[in-house]
Design a protein around this ligand. Structure first.
Ligand code: CP
Length: 339
């Protein structure tokens, strides 16, 4: 058992540096299972309620995959209109009911604060899979885990990092959570690049500066050649009052091979929480970088499974028992060869 056992995971504010590093050590132990070198039944009989009231591909599916890889089963509901919330049921009632059917719940909802409100009615741990423009704590953990791995491969660690966050920093919940979590580390330099109207919320900037980190706010790509990480984001069009309003900001901070070469050093790692908007007019993160070795976006998505496995194992109190329930893998798989 650890301090995580039975706890909700609602916000990055819950985490100290030690806790983050503990999650990462447990995530490292999950690699043989994610690579199908072996499997475990440590959560045999446990049920995840996977409740996604807002669109998602990777968070929803990777939560489910992570739970299955630990031997548990997944029950899902997707979309607001398919749930009794559309009939006026409160989050509290929904939580009381669904926590009777599940051992743990992962949830995404379009309103800021909704997952925390839901957790008040839940009798099982609740993990925030994104609440409106507020937070996305598991994305921050997988992003930071990815940063740690990329930095280790360059002979460095998270301390002394220079990160450039680019794009819609106002509505992009992943950058809010990641910036706060990075603030737990030492001597991090943040360069925040966005149109003024889409700048990082003051509360997040205050967290950065209160922790003593260097903070540069700009609407220009110039001057970031030394950034170790370029964290690109999508214009969160679903949070704008109209499509026309969102369209004003499309393509402002396009990243492609030519722009990358012009503005960044050759070691700069390119990250993006995904989805990236690949429509022609989006001009966001171009496909011509797809084969670039510094493009870490699919390493991020793979790492999401490891980190979410770790969170399930920790919150359900089985992190030190996972290998006690090992089984062989007996089907064809080439996952061990995948990067
Ligand atoms: N990064 C992320 O939250 O992706 P999805 O919206 O597909 O879950």
């Amino acid at each position: 058992m650890s301090a995580f056992t039975g706890q909700h995971i609602l916000s990055v504010n819950q985490f100290e540096r030690d806790a983050v590093e503990h999650v990462f050590r447990v995530a490292d132990n999950m690699l043989p299972y994610a690579k199908r070198q072996k499997r475990t039944q440590v959560l045999d009989g446990a049920i995840l309620g996977n409740l996604f009231f807002e669109a998602s591909t990777r968070t929803r599916v990777s939560f489910g995959t992570a739970f299955n890889l630990l031997g548990g089963e997944v029950r899902e509901t997707t979309g607001m209109s398919n749930s009794a919330l559309a009939k006026g049921e409160s989050l509290y009632d929904t939580a009381r009911v669904l926590s009777g059917y599940s051992d743990i719940i992962a949830m995404r909802h379009p309103q800021a604060g909704s997952v925390a409100e839901f957790a008040l009615g839940s009798r099982v741990p609740v993990i925030n899979g994104g609440d409106g423009a507020n937070e996305h704590p598991t994305q921050a953990l997988l992003d930071l885990y990815t940063i740690a791995k990329e930095r280790i491969s360059q002979g460095a660690n998270i301390d002394d990092l220079h990160i450039a966050m680019i794009g819609d920093l106002k509505f992009g919940r992943t950058v809010h959570s990641l910036a706060k979590m990075l603030s737990l580390f030492k001597r991090v330099k943040f360069t925040l690049i966005s149109p003024t109207e889409l700048s990082m919320p003051t509360s997040v900037c205050d967290t950065i500066t209160d922790a003593g980190h260097e903070l540069i706010i700009t609407d220009q790509l110039e001057g970031i050649v030394e950034a170790d990480i370029c964290y690109q984001t999508r214009i969160q069009e679903e949070r704008f009052p109209s499509q026309d309003e969102a369209n004003k900001y499309r393509g402002k901070f396009r990243l492609n091979q030519q722009i990358y070469t012009q503005h960044f050093k050759s070691q700069t790692v390119i990250m993006h929480p995904l989805p990236r908007d690949s429509r022609i007019e989006a001009n966001e993160l171009d496909n011509d970088l797809n084969m670039h070795p510094n493009l870490a976006i699919f390493r991020q998505t793979d790492n999401g499974v490891l980190v979410r496995m770790a969170l399930f194992a920790l919150t359900l109190g089985v992190a030190d028992k996972v290998s006690d329930f090992d089984r062989p893998v007996h089907w064809f798989t080439n996952k061990s060869n995948q990067q």
